[in-house]
Each structure stands twice: as structure tokens, then as C-alpha cells.
Ligand binder design. Structure first.
Ligand code: NAD
Length: 691
């Protein structure tokens, strides 16, 4: 007997209780315990049926992620399933909360499933680039219609109990005490109903069905191998005997586990869970209560940030200097919500509720009762300092004073107050109500509880909060500068915006750099360059972008930038005049155009990210390589199947990355390629960024 699986007999029913908090992960000890208790129930003549139930809120969240990468002990879930199938007494799964992945596979190994109304069932393995590897692909389509099974497995989405009941995945919904319900359920005569003996639920022409599904899934899965492998397993469930199908599933599972896509997706899964772990700031650090917020500046960012609060039920006061600016901001929020309502993704009543939480004011004094004030005014140090100085006199004691600055020194802003310990950076990404990344900028004097509270708030706002130290551009934009620098040097040498964007998109970036500049507005970068070239006269950059701006080609908002845009359409159209401007510029700087291979484009841009990422890591600006990966995965459209720039570099091999950088040092603007000392050291030692 072990504690994680408990055994009791009630009214002739064996009760097997999973007790492995927090989610009853099916680790080594729990599987062994379930196995032992199943055998015991089978052998006990006083027992006429058995129930498997979870002690906590979950039935089971599936594999125990704490044991990932560690050796699996026997029995594996396969063997537990075999024991379930060998039972000659009815076996019911009582699902009180989540039954996910291996958890649902365990439930599918039972003869019956009953569930609490709030239960959620799903096979989310596809999200980690794998497939349900313990019979799930074979059992689910024997219990629910094939089309629904394929949909569930290829999307990885969960379904609520009610829907599961409609589909036949759940036999009964129990509103009251679930264990009582399970015992009652088994008191009735329940024939043994082994899922493995059932035929797959598919009507009509299976071949035609799978041909179409393969087509649809191939389109949706865009290069990820797991969804199509899932379809192949489902087809095996429809055409092969159960044990043969299980073999197909096993074989394909083993193949997927070793793909770079799955490794990257699993890295991302763990990386997301790491970001809130901060050395010296334990997870039980007492946090401040955030019941009310204020946002200063009702522009692009301020409006989106206010929506983030309202979306999770936190009342927020939006403050601007003029009624006009405030109204524009409030109207934008209303329009945003209304568009979501029109698409059917938000109920009108929910919109009304959220709008009811947003209050506008032109009086900064209204920030007095906020537990957090987020400043999102113009990116100018004098303006920000003035606001923080005023806020110091207005905000209640203990309130967090946050700035959304993208480039300015948070310590200098904090010094404008007499409470720098309460100041922190909250760098949201545009559109703030959509993008998941939140860089939490830790100032030199930021108090630990302020940091812990802001990280927790990030989670509450459904963001991925990542800690960054203070530096120009923080993690994301500081790296992006190097990426952008290379994209422009590549233009100088002969590539076109179309070629560069195409190469990086084929690598997997959501958008190429030039389409991105056009979207953000080329004038923004221009302003920053003007400021930086004063601050850092030694700064080297291609003037090609300045030439575009001098023409007033600011991007989408002016109808042309690196591309042309038709009215009301965001699709970039290649512009021969840009090509002409570029060839004139090359002549002016005396660079002879050469044909640049796509591989070089990708390597130079991505390794520029990696090299700067290494510096950021070495300087302690980022806490860990995986945090840098999360920044790029959630804020910059880096493809999840590549796991982020640092993980990607690890996969390529740091020695290879270093060799490329050394090579480019001899090339155009080679002085810009100084390998980061950390990269050089790790490469020499044969190590990786991510342990
Ligand atoms: P914006 O110009 O759209 O909005 C700024 C708003 O602040 C305006 O409505 C203006 O009236 C208001 N404002 C100016 N001075 C004020 C004052 N003293 N008191 C109250 N309101 C005042 O700018 P934005 O794009 O929303 O950027 C805001 C901040 O967010 C900047 O620091 C910017 O660097 C940062 N940021 C912007 C983005 C982006 O993509 N736009 C992304 C991340 C961070």
C-alpha cells in the first residue's frame, strides 16, 4: 500500500482513491498503487465492483510532469489498462474534475464513466507534439463517434461533462456526492463493458471519411506532425483489431516523442511554468491585494491594459489629460468589445459587465484608491517623471506604481518618487488585451513583494509574466534591435524585403521583419534611432530605413512603407519603388549587390537574437534561457515548434552557431558580430543554454 493510491471497501464496492496532489499525476507510485488495488478488488470475493476516483479536485491530469525525462518504472499505464481489461467485476471511473491525457485513458480503461457537472475531459497530448499513447487513440473512437474523437484528439481541447454525456463518453452525471453516486451506480446490475471489445463508431465509407479528415487536418496542422499521426492511429482503430491498433499507436508515439517539434513544445510547456520562479523571492512571498486598478494614458496601450483588468473583473479607472483623448480611448475599448460580441465570442451581457468596470477620468487624483497604477503615456522621460512625481503624492500607501515604458530607465522613473520600492515596469505588448507576454521589469529598488505581486497579477490577467532587469529595450526589444539590424544589413547587401520576410516566415516566424515594421509604424523606429544616435554616436545601422521614412512611408497607416497597401487591406504588396530606392542606396554606400541565400538570411537574423540573448543571460537581465524563449514565443511570433531562440540554438549546437558568427565577422559590417562570451564559453565546453 502507498499513500498516493488508497483502498477501501464500502457496501461491497472497492473504492480506489487517487491521492497525488495537485492533479493526481499518474506517476510511478500512483500507477503501481492503482494496479495493486485493482488486483485486490478482483481477488476479494466480498467485492462486486470497483470505482476509481480522485481525492482532489482532479480525477487525473495525466502523466506526472515532475517525472518527465526520468526513468519510468513498471507498471506503465499500458499494463494498468490491461489489468482493467482483465477485471471481471464492473469498474467505473468517477470523474470529479479534470480527466486529461493519461487520466482520461485510465477512465477509458474502465467499463463505465460517471462525472460531476463541472468535470472536463480531454486528450491534450497534441499540444505537446505527441499523441495519446496509452490506448487513447484506440479507445476514444470506440466510445464516441469517430469524427468527434478525431476532433478532440487533433485539437487537444477539453469538453465539459454535459457534452461528454451527449457523446456517450460519460454514462451519467452526478450532481451530488460523486462517490455515493458511483457506489449507487454499481449497486445496479452492470454488465462488463470493455471498450477494447467494442467496434469503432464510424458509419459509412471509412476510406472517404479519413481521406477528407487527412486533408483538413493537414491544412490546419501546418507542418506539425502530431495531428496527422493521430489521424493515422484513429484510422487504425477503425480498420485493425484492438491490439494491432495499439501497436500502431505505440510506434507512432515513439516516433513523435523524438521529433524536434515535440521537444520544442515540451520545452515551451515547462518554460511557461518556470517564469514565476525567482531566486530569492519564494513562491509563498506574501503578496499585496489588487482589488482596484488605474491606468494613466488612454492611448493604444492604456486602453488595451484597462481591458486586461476589466476582463478578469478588476475595476479600473482610465485617466487621460483631456476629455477628447479619454473619449477616444473609451470608445476604442467599446468598439473592441463590440467586435468580439459581433463575432459571437463574447456575450453582450459580459461586454456590459466589463464596460461597467471601466471608469474614465481626466483627474489624476482618481488614482488615489487604486492598488496598482499603470502608467502608459508618451514615451518621454520628462513626461513619465512628472507623472510619477505626482502619483507619489496621490497614490495610497502600498500601491504599486507601474510603468509601461518600452525603452526608458525604470530606475530613473522610480527615483522621481519617494517610494522607489513600490515601482516596477509592466511592459505589455500590443495589442495589450491580446498578446500574452508581460515583461515585468525589476528595478534596482523594487521590493520583493512588489515583484511577487506583479508576477501573480500577470497570471491573473492571463499573461505570461517574465522578469527582466533594467536595460535599454529589456529582453525582447533589446534582442529585436540586433535582429532588425541584420535584416537591414541584408538589404544593403542585396536582399529584398520580400525575400527576407519570405525566408523568415518559412522558418516559422509569424511575420517577416519588414511586414512587422510596416504594421508597427516605421516612424516609431525612426524616432528611436534619432534618439539613440545622439546617445550612442558610435551606433552602426543601415540608413535604408531612414530613407523610407524620409519619404513619409510609415507603413500600413500611410498606405505604404516597405510594401504598398490597398485601402482597408493589411496584405503587403511588393513595391518596385522600394527596390529602386534600395539599389540607389547601395550605390550611394558603394556596396555591390550579391545574391544572398535564404539560409544565410535566417541564420543571421536568428543568431543575432541568440547572441544578444546570451549577453542578456550573462548580465542577469534574464533569469534563465527559457525565460528568453518565452519572451519570443509569446511576444514576437517565434514558432512554438522551434522552442524559442535559445532552445533553437541548443538544438543546432552552440559550436555551429559560434562558427557561423565567427564567419560573419569577416563579412559586411563584421564588426557588429562579437560573439557573446557566454556563447563562446558554452560552445567550447559542449554545453547548452537550457540545462
Ligand atoms: P499613445 O500615444 O497611443 O497614448 C499615450 C496617451 O497618453 C495619449 O492618449 C495621451 O493623451 C496620454 N497622455 C500623455 N500625457 C499624459 C499625462 N500627463 N497624463 C495622462 N495622460 C497622458 O501611446 P502608446 O502607444 O499607448 O504608448 C504608451 C506607452 O506604452 C509608451 O511608454 C510606449 O513606449 C509604451 N509601449 C507602447 C507599445 C506600442 O506598441 N504602442 C508597446 C509597448 C509599450
Amino acid at each position: 500500500m502507498n499513500d498516493v493510491a488508497q483502498y477501501a471497501v464500502r457496501d461491497g464496492i472497492a473504492v480506489i482513491t487517487m491521492n497525488n496532489p495537485p492533479v493526481n499525476g499518474l506517476g510511478n507510485a500512483l500507477r503501481a498503487g492503482i494496479m495493486e488495488h485493482l488486483k485486490r478488488a478482483q481477488a476479494d470475493p466480498a467485492v462486486k465492483g470497483a470505482v476509481i476516483i480522485g481525492s482532489a479536485k482532479a480525477f487525473s491530469g495525466g502523466a506526472d510532469i515532475r517525472e518527465f525525462g526520468k526513468p519510468r518504472e513498471k507498471p506503465d499505464l499500458f499494463e494498468v489498462n490491461d489489468q482493467q481489461d482483465a477485471m471481471t467485476k464492473p469498474l467505473v471511473a468517477a470523474i470529479g474534475g479534470f480527466a486529461l491525457g493519461g487520466g482520461l485513458e485510465l477512465a477509458l480503461g474502465c467499463h463505465y464513466r460517471i462525472a460531476a457537472p463541472r468535470a472536463q475531459l480531454g486528450l491534450p497530448e497534441v499540444k505537446l507534439g505527441i499523441l495519446p499513447g496509452s490506448g487513447g487513440t484506440q479507445r476514444l473512437p470506440r466510445v464516441i463517434p469517430m469524427a468527434e474523437a478525431v476532433q478532440m484528439m487533433t485539437s487537444g481541447s477539453t469538453i465539459p461533462a454535459e457534452r461528454a454525456k451527449d457523446l456517450g463518453l460519460v454514462d451519467e452525471i452526478v450532481a451530488g456526492d460523486l462517490l455515493e453516486g458511483a457506489i449507487r451506480f454499481l449497486q445496479a446490475e452492470r454488465p462488463i463493458r470493455r471498450v477494447r471489445d467494442m467496434p469503432a463508431k464510424i458509419d459509412g465509407d471509412a476510406e472517404a471519411f479519413f481521406a477528407k479528415v487527412r486533408d483538413d487536418v493537414a491544412k490546419q496542422s501546418r507542418g506539425y506532425p502530431a495531428p496527422l499521426e493521430i489521424v493515422a492511429c484513429a484510422a487504425a482503430a477503425a480498420t485493425l483489431p484492438f491490439d494491432e491498433g495499439r501497436k500502431v499507436e505505440r510506434e507512432r508515439f515513439n516516433r513523435l516523442v523524438n521529433t524536434s517539434e515535440s521537444k520544442a513544445l515540451r520545452h515551451m510547456f515547462f518554460a511557461e511554468r518556470q517564469t514565476t520562479k525567482i531566486p530569492g523571492v519564494p513562491e509563498d512571498t506574501p503578496v499585496r491585494q489588487i482589488r482596484k486598478a488605474a491606468v494613466v494614458g488612454a492611448g493604444t496601450m492604456g486602453g488595451g491594459i484597462a481591458m486586461c483588468f476589466a476582463n478578469v473583473g478588476i475595476p479600473v479607472t482610465l485617466i487621460d489629460t483631456t476629455q477628447d483623448a479619454l473619449d477616444r480611448g473609451l470608445n476604442k475599448i467599446r468598439d473592441n468589445y463590440a467586435a468580439t460580441v459581433a463575432k459571437g465570442r463574447l456575450a453582450q451581457s459580459e461586454m456590459d459587465k466589463r464596460m461597467g468596470l471601466v471608469h474614465g477620468s481626466v483627474n489624476l487624483g482618481k488614482a488615489a484608491d487604486a492598488d496598482i497604477v499603470v502608467e502608459a503615456v508618451f514615451e518621454r522621460m520628462d513626461v513619465k517623471k512628472e507623472i510619477f512625481r505626482k502619483l507619489d503624492g496621490i497614490a495610497q500607501q502600498g500601491a504599486i506604481l507601474a510603468t509601461n515604458t518600452s525603452t526608458l530607465d525604470v530606475d530613473e522613473i522610480a527615483a522621481a518618487t519617494a517610494r522607489p520600492q513600490d515601482v516596477v515596469g509592466t511592459h505589455f505588448f500590443s495589442p495589450a488585451n491580446v498578446m500574452r507576454l508581460l515583461e515585468v521589469v525589476r528595478g534596482e529598488k523594487t521590493a520583493k513583494d512588489v515583484l511577487a505581486t506583479t508576477m501573480k497579477l500577470g497570471k491573473t490577467l492571463k499573461k505570461v509574466p517574465v522578469v527582466s532587469g533594467v536595460c535599454d529595450g529589456f529582453i525582447g526589444n533589446r534582442m529585436l534591435e540586433k535582429y532588425g539590424q541584420q535584416s537591414l544589413f541584408l538589404l544593403d547587401e542585396g536582399a529584398s524585403p520580400v525575400q527576407i520576410d519570405g525566408a523568415l516566415q518559412r522558418f516559422g516566424m509569424a511575420m517577416g521583419p519588414f511586414a512587422m515594421y510596416d504594421m508597427a509604424g516605421n516612424d516609431i523606429g525612426w524616432e528611436i534611432r534619432k534618439r539613440r544616435s545622439k546617445e550612442r554616436p558610435d551606433m552602426v545601422y543601415s540608413k535604408a530605413a531612414d530613407r523610407i521614412c524620409e519619404k513619409g512611408w510609415f507603413g500600413q497607416k500611410t498606405g505604404r512603407g516597405w510594401y504598398r497597401y490597398e485601402k482597408g487591406n493589411r496584405k503587403p504588396i511588393p513595391d518596385p519603388e522600394v527596390d529602386k530606392l534600395l539599389s540607389e542606396y547601395r550605390e550611394e554606400i558603394g556596396v555591390k549587390q550579391r545574391k544572398i541565400p535564404d539560409d544565410e538570411i535566417v541564420e543571421r537574423c536568428i543568431y543575432a537574437l541568440v547572441n544578444e540573448g546570451a549577453r542578456i543571460l550573462e548580465e542577469g537581465i534574464a533569469l534563465r534561457a527559457s525565460d528568453i524563449d518565452m519572451v519570443y514565443l509569446t511576444g514576437y511570433g517565434f514558432p512554438p515548434y522551434r522552442g524559442g531562440p535559445m532552445f533553437y540554438a541548443d538544438q543546432v549546437g552552440l559550436d555551429k552557431v559560434l562558427a557561423s558568427i565567427e564567419k560573419w565577422r569577416a563579412g559586411y559590417q563584421g564588426a557588429q558580430w562579437q560573439p557573446a562570451p557566454l556563447l563562446a564559453r558554452l560552445a567550447k565546453e559542449g554545453k547548452r543554454f537550457n540545462p
